[in-house]
Ligand binder design. Structure first.
Ligand SMILES: Nc1nc2c(ncn2[C@@H]2O[C@H](COP(=O)(O)OP(=O)(O)O)[C@@H](O)[C@H]2O)c(=O)[nH]1
Ligand SMILES: [Mg+2]
Length: 314
């Protein structure tokens, strides 16, 4: 194997301090992050990546905590990434706090990271994608990504998951319509959480109606609707089974490969955007010269852009 940096080596060996440091590099986009990710990328592909999305308060963090316990009971290691832009604003309970309240605290087979930094250029989403790379290379068997699923960048991140679960709760009314608008197409599994509440069956029926009316882009997988009571753990084991069934289907149908290519495309596009945006701003080498040349009519904007972009990646 090609030589990799000492930090990457320690991440691959699963050393926790190295993992934490790598995730901080990724989150803050510090120097050397692209080299680190290049080293780690070649060691990825082993993890089962799950996306859990849905409105705030629907019980995602509770559910992810329950799933984590379930996977640990099955002898699998788990990495959790919570994309939590709201936690800085509300100071509300975040996933880490929730997990610390359970027996999972101190389990070396569980690694949790909340990402709340709002950098430039879809910073949160970029950091989340890269965090998946880090945890995958570190050998986590299952990686769970919790997001609120708003905005295109977040939906693109969910494309990095092999299985996407969309969480709703009874009595959402208009919110079910919102899910329909944004997230129905990307759901591989629907979860109606808080099934202990009145109206769970009605929500299941509404979702079923919506699914009937939505033309599926993927054939061969009937999107199941599972009920859970994350607060007690009811239905969580069944949900974990469903994720495994979906994973097996991805492998046999070839859809897994389709998704992997889509995810690779997203990653390339985001990197290219980053290179271009960094290189084409005032103060960047040659940019100001090009601006002067366009203003002075010595060249035109298209030609200047062509030359600058060509020079961006030596
Ligand atoms: N009744 C009931 N409450 C739940 C259930 N799951 C989560 N909750 C509660 O719903 C609230 C929001 O949960 P949280 O996991 O933080 O939701 P998130 O914002 O989607 O991550 C908390 O007060 C949870 O205790 C459930 O199955 N039943
Ligand atoms: Mg949460």
């Amino acid at each position: 194997m090609t030589a990799i940096s000492p930090l990457a080596e320690r991440v691959v060996a699963g050393e926790l301090p190295a993992l934490a440091r790598a995730l901080t590099l990724v989150e803050r986009r510090r120097d050397g992050v692209n080299e680190l990710l290049a080293d780690l990328h070649r060691r990825t592909g082993g993890a089962q990546v799950l996306g859990v999305t849905g409105p705030p308060g629907s019980g995602k963090s509770t559910l992810v905590t329950g799933l984590t316990a379930e996977y640990r009971a099955r002898g699998r290691t788990v990495g959790v990434i919570a994309v939590d832009p709201s936690s800085i604003l509300t100071g509300g309970a975040i996933l880490g706090d929730r997990i610390r309240m359970t027996g999972l605290a101190g389990d070396p087979g569980v690694f949790i990271r909340s990402i709340a930094t709002r950098g430039a250029l879809g910073g949160l989403s970029r950091a989340a994608l890269d965090a998946i790379t880090v945890l995958d290379a570190a050998g986590k068997d299952v990686i769970v990504l919790e997001t609120v699923g708003v905005g295109q960048a977040e939906v693109d991140v969910l494309a990095a998951a092999q299985t996407v679960a969309v969480v709703s709760v009874p009595g959402m009314g208009d919110d079910v319509q919102a899910i329909k608008a944004g997230l129905l197409e990307i759901a591989d599994v629907h979860v109606v959480n808080k099934a202990d509440r009145d109206g769970a069956h009605k929500t299941v029926a509404e979702l079923r109606e919506m699914l009937k009316m939505t033309p599926r882009t993927v054939v061969g997988w009937n999107v199941p609707i599972r009920q859970t009571t994350a607060a007690t753990g009811d239905g969580v084991a069944r949900l974990a089974d469903t994720f495994d069934e979906h994973r097996a289907w991805l492998d046999t149908s070839g859809e897994g490969g389709v998704r992997e290519r889509r995810n690779a495309g997203t990653r390339i596009r985001w990197m290219a955007e980053e290179f271009v945006m960094r290189g084409l701003r005032p103060g960047a080498p040659d940019f100001d010269t090009a601006v002067a040349a366009v203003v002075g009519r010595r060249t035109d904007p298209a030609q200047a852009a062509r030359e600058l972009v060509r020079a961006l990646c030596p």
